[in-house]
Ligand binder design. Structure first.
Ligand code: ADP
Ligand code: MG
Length: 702
């Protein structure tokens, strides 16, 4: 653009250049690593260390050891055997060895001229050609030895280790590391941050390597304490920011609770103690002008849906609208079916109705529904993401319920919140069948109130879980037949074999055909697949619910929420490929009625005849426990919090240093300190959060 080129540089806006423009390759790489501010560099800790503090005698080095020696070059040649390589012989007086370089610069060759004394560091290997170091690092001999271990940082292409090391050292030197902990608040014996960071980047050579590796060293303790504190502070800030917001007061006592009472009366069962308790917790929240922000967690089958329905009834009793959003259309349809069955007749008496909103809907239907939502006639709105579409306007939304909340991102939760009238926020009830282990709840969800359904409805028999090797598949057919003979139904879940849905579909179709043949006439075998049109999916699901189909072969679309109490056997093919929580969710599709239920995990050893270690741990956990909390705990152990939470789920930055399984004491310390620090030392608290979370903290306030 010539016009732009002519304009003088001074006219260019100085601030906010387009991201990445005008940056050197190194700067871009540093950015990719999240290294922007000095403090980011300072907090970028080594993944391991090299010991360059000592020079040892070659004769004392055992084969396989990494060592630093100083030796004189006795021979140097470029040879072709068979590849071009630089071969250098060195002698340190105690022994000799050979250095080999496949890629080398002329400068390196010069550095290794015969007669020169060099300092060489590398792994010494034995072998028939004599002792060798492949691609050792070479420096001039006799220079001063470093006093500290040399840090090695995790890096990416385009950013050489020495460059990164230099940048980190410079950032560390520049970073402002003033104390942010109030004087009386540091854990006893804690190091100050500057000392801890300097040590972790450049540890003294006599340090116990084990304490650096397992992060038990006092320097690590200080960092982990700081990190956990930053997390607690930012969540507490978010919570307090929310305290300034207002929500509609949904007070049953004031507005009458007729719908709520009538719903209780039409339910075909009595509530469990846990359901009653949680109902009270929710009612208490709804009656306040503060927006509820509650996570309802309960194992699969614990009966979350009815708790949601009762909360919806309270909301409608108070004259407001309630929205219920589920991640998939099948699940939303199940909720719709259930809630319509319970509530629609009661709503109709009041001139109200339930609206249904999904992406696959015909425009005309959707418009009709949207109109009912806007007029307020639809007191209850159920659907998928379509519920938060911009076009949907509520008359007076007061309660938003999100099922399987971990399937939704932060943005979607925020969009729901923006749907209330005026300046008000809706109350938010999030439901999850993946229980969050206590330590995670305390850290990542510190700004949430958590209600737990820790009691299953009565009359459930525990699900027996069996691991069966793929080659014993025939036995599974026998099991299926036994269940069918008792009038029961069966799920068969096919694995995700390929990225390609087409291949999955082909595989699932083949399994359906195979089962239909094996089970013979008179047994209806249906197929459910995510590629099917919604109407067809629903038709299959309805047939299965009505027991017109006895066996349902499906890809993982039935993973969440599907509820057919007569199903008593779940077969999961290639179970070794599924995640632990996913397996547990799938298993939870059976054992919903009074019949004894079973889950068969078919697994196929890989070519080596083995199942991978993590897969084995998952299968073992499944076989050993049916308790969702124990499953979640093991899942966390196997995967670590990052993957466990999923980047989308939390919106909170993941902990880099602290480990919630081992740092419970530090977490307790941080939780205790955070409120006191916000009250008494707000400036320190702000500085601390900024140091650790920087721009990310803004996001958390949302
Ligand atoms: P989840 O917590 O997995 O969403 P659901 O809400 O789907 O569980 O409930 C599982 C099954 O248990 C459903 O068939 C539901 O109707 C039934 N149920 C829920 N609460 C009770 C109860 N208190 N007594 C008996 N059955 C119940
Ligand atoms: Mg559910």
């Amino acid at each position: 653009m010539p016009a732009a080129a002519k304009s003088p540089p001074a006219e260019k806006p100085a601030a906010a250049p387009a991201p990445g423009v005008g940056l050197s390759a190194v700067q871009r790489a540093l950015r990719k690593l999240g290294l922007l501010r000095d403090i980011d560099f300072a907090l970028y800790l080594p993944m391991r260390y090299e010991d360059e503090t000592r020079v040892v005698r070659l004769a004392d080095v055992r084969d396989g050891e990494t060592a630093q020696i100083e030796a004189v070059v006795t021979a140097s040649e470029v040879a072709f055997r068979p590849r071009r390589q630089l071969i250098v012989n060195v002698d340190d007086g105690s022994d000799t060895c050979q250095l080999r370089f496949f890629n080398f610069y002329p400068s390196q060759q010069k550095q290794l001229e015969v007669g020169v004394r060099v300092r060489v560091r590398g792994e010494l290997r034995g072998g028939f050609i004599g002792r060798t170091m492949m691609h050792p690092t070479v420096k001039a001999a006799g220079t001063q030895l470093p006093e500290a271990l040399t840090p090695v940082y995790s890096t990416i292409a385009g950013l050489a280790q020495p460059v990164l090391r230099r940048e980190v050292r410079a950032g560390l030197a520049r970073a402002v590391l003033d104390e942010t902990l109030p004087a009386d608040a540091a854990p006893t014996g804690a190091w100050d941050l500057r000392r801890a960071l300097n040590f972790l980047h450049y540890p003294a050579p006599d340090v116990s390597m084990a304490t650096l590796e397992d992060h038990s060293h006092p320097a690590w303790q200080r960092l982990k304490a700081d990190e956990l504190l930053a997390q607690q502070l930012s969540q507490l800030q978010a919570r307090r920011a929310r305290a300034a917001q207002r929500a509609p007061v949904l007070d049953a006592a004031a507005s009458g609770d007729s719908l709520h009472r009538e719903l209780l009366a039409v339910l075909p069962f009595a509530l469990t103690g846990a359901q009653q308790r949680v109902g009270v917790e929710i009612a208490r929240d709804l009656a306040r002008a503060l927006p509820m922000h509650r996570l309802l967690q309960g194992d699969v089958g614990s009966g979350k849906t009815v708790v949601a329905a009762l909360a919806a009834a309270r909301c409608i009793d108070a004259g407001h609208q309630c929205a219920l959003m589920a991640p998939t259309e099948i699940l939303a349809a199940q909720h719709f079916g259930k809630l319509v069955g319970w509530l629609a007749p009661l709503l109709a008496e009041r001139g109200l109705r339930v609206a249904w909103l999904t992406g696959s809907q015909k425009k005309k239907e959707r418009d009709t529904m949207a109109a009912a939502v806007e007029s307020g006639e639809a007191a209850l709105v159920i659907g998928t993401h379509a519920v938060i579409s911009e076009k949907v306007r509520f008359r007076n939304l007061a309660l938003a319920i999100i099922d399987e909340q971990h399937r939704f991102g932060v943005a979607q939760r925020l969009a729901l919140r923006g749907k209330a009238a005026g300046d008000l926020e809706p109350h938010l009830l999030m439901m999850s069948a993946t229980p969050i282990p206590r330590t995670l709840a305390m850290s990542y969800y510190a700004d949430l109130d958590v209600s737990t359904l820790d009691e299953l409805p009565p009359g459930r028999t525990p699900i027996v879980t069996r691991l069966v090797a793929e080659h014993r598949r025939d036995e599974v057919i026998d099991r299926i037949q036994a269940q069918l003979a008792q009038g029961r139904q069966v799920y068969w879940v096919c694995p995700l074999i390929e990225e390609s849905e087409a291949v999955d579909l082909r595989n699932a179709t083949a399994t359906r055909d195979e089962l239909a043949e094996a089970l013979g006439n008179g047994v209806g075998v249906g197929l459910l697949h995510s590629r099917m049109p919604t109407a067809e999916k629903q038709a299959v699901m309805e047939s299965f619910t009505a027991n017109r189909l006895q066996v349902l072969v499906s890809t993982t679309v039935i993973e969440v929420g599907v509820d057919v109490p007569n199903a008593s056997l779940m077969v999961i093919e290639h179970a070794e490929r599924f995640g632990l929580s996913q397996l547990h969710q799938l298993r939870g599709r059976v054992g919903r009625g009074a019949a004894a239920s079973a889950c068969v995990l078919l697994y196929a050893p890989n070519e080596g005849g083995r199942v991978g270690e993590a897969a084995r741990a998952r299968l073992k956990a499944m076989a050993e426990t049916g308790d969702g909390f124990e499953i979640a705990r093991r899942d966390l152990e196997i995967r670590g919090p990052g993957e466990f939470l999923g980047a989308r789920q939390s919106g909170a930055p993941l902990l880099r240093f602290a480990d919630l399984t081992t740092d419970v004491l530090l977490l307790g310390w941080a939780r205790e300190l955070a409120p006191r620090m916000l009250d008494r030392h707000p400036a320190l608290a702000a500085a601390h959060v900024d140091r650790w979370l920087g721009s990310k903290a803004e996001y958390l306030k949302a």
